[in-house]
Design a protein around this ligand. Structure first.
Ligand code: ADP
Ligand code: MG
Length: 231
């Protein structure tokens, strides 16, 4: 496969699809569930059989930023029949909720095991350049705005601090007898993302939302890369 950044540039796009974003991050050694593009139901089933069940199906569209808002995410599909029916239902739902969006196809990826969801983001500040954002996923970020920021590049010490700065840190440490999240894996991921952003200055925005963290590792299950407009 060619370079996703070059491909997007050639198409005049700044928004990379989840498939492209994850390919780029995977090539940089960042742990992601790689997503395989499938144009139709038969291709989706073939991809699922290669990946191994259970799988996740998602809509691929250059115009849809929040896939689950339009019925474009189907989790935990156990077999070929489940993939086929989810594919049909997804196209219906997306057509109904986002009638103006063009759909390229779907993507198929491995279903990750449950864990604590965190978000890792990069934005570009006109003054400071690339900035890292870290927080817990879901209501923690949406309702409580419980996030911490650091200017990129991060050093080991910054990664340690940013993780401990959010109010929700005890959730990562483990509460009420629940196993804690793999803090080393989170810190490693933050450094990898920082290095990636530092080396790819044409990346204006990056979102890993969410990364699923377990006691033994961290895995990004959604990714979005936005390129800076070409000068
Ligand atoms: P959206 O574009 O709506 O953000 P996501 O790709 O983040 O779509 O999927 C929505 C939710 O589904 C995620 O927040 C996560 O909880 C769950 N999810 C997505 N992909 C996977 C996966 N590969 N394994 C397990 N859960 C997933
Ligand atoms: Mg997401």
């Amino acid at each position: 496969m060619t370079n996703p950044i070059a491909e997007a540039r050639a198409d005049g796009r700044t928004l990379l699809t989840e498939v492209e974003s994850k390919q780029l991050l995977h090539d940089a050694g960042i742990p992601v569930t790689q997503a395989r593009f499938a144009a139709g139901a038969d291709e989706a089933v073939a991809a699922a059989e290669e990946i191994g069940f259970p799988v996740v199906l998602k809509i691929v569209s250059g115009d849809i930023a929040h896939k689950s808002d339009v019925g474009g995410v189907a989790l935990d599909l156990a077999d070929a029949d489940a993939v086929r029916s989810a594919h049909a239902a997804m196209l219906e739902a997306v057509k109904a909720t986002a009638p103006d969006g063009t759909v390229d196809g779907v993507s198929v990826q491995q279903m990750a095991q449950p864990g604590t969801e965190i978000i890792v983001g990069v934005t570009t500040d006109p003054q400071f350049g690339p900035v890292m954002m870290f927080g817990l996923g879901g209501i923690f970020v949406e309702v409580m705005k419980d996030v911490a920021f650091r200017i990129i590049p991060l050093e080991q010490r910054d990664a340690k601090q940013i993780v401990r700065e959010i109010r929700g840190y005890p959730v990562l440490e483990g509460v009420r007898g629940q196993a804690g999240a793999d803090l080393d894996a989170i810190e490693r991921l933050l450094i990898q993302v920082s290095d990636f952003a530092w080396e790819h200055r044409e990346v204006a925005e990056l979102d890993l939302n969410p990364v699923i963290v377990r006691p033994d590792g961290a895995l990004a299950v959604d990714a979005r890369v936005v390129l800076a407009a070409e000068a």
